[in-house]
Design a protein. Sequence first.
Length: 133
Amino acid sequence: MFDFVFFNATLEKRFVSRLAGMGIKRPVRLCEDDVWTVRLVDELDDLHMEELETYYDELLSEQERITDAEDADMMHRVGVQFTRANGEIGMVRLDPDLVNRIGECLSLSELQVLVQQVADAVIDPEYRRLCQP
């Protein structure tokens, strides 16, 4: 019995299609918590096994590229929430480098308080000088 594990449904489906193309029938397909497992219950000859392992390695490399791209994309987005006067939640998108620099001085909760104060001032501006109480 052989298990092939995937973290992407599309790649799992491609693997199962390859199995069908090779004439390998009855794979057991399992999915739990976004982890897809293809279990082969039948014994395979060395040639088929080598072909499958090579293809599986290619799919794992593709999975790694997908994951790296998703991680890189997520690292370039930072948002801080604020609450509007009517209770709706808004989001301010910030430059990640700026947030990293601010993070050296402020905690995330302090940054959120700062963003909320700026949002409140923009929504309902006070037209008085700083030196006035």
